[in-house]
Design a binder for this molecule. Structure first.
Ligand SMILES: [Zn+2]
Length: 56
């Protein structure tokens, strides 16, 4: 996994605008837990691509 640090610094959650952490193959919002997929080292920051893990 290699999302550039410079990109991680500017990327923010599309819902709450908090910083994101790179976890496994996804970016995870530190505040609300929203997850964004990373495809070919490019984060997909789209509402229709983001999701929250179901806790059920
Ligand atoms: Zn968030």
């Amino acid at each position: 996994m290699a999302v550039p640090d410079q990109l991680m610094e500017i990327l923010r959650c599309i819902e709450c605008h908090s910083p994101l952490d790179e976890v496994e193959a996804e970016l995870v919002c530190r505040a609300c837990g929203l997850r964004f997929p990373v495809e070919g080292d490019i984060p997909v920051m789209l509402p229709e691509s983001s999701y929250r893990p179901e806790s059920s």
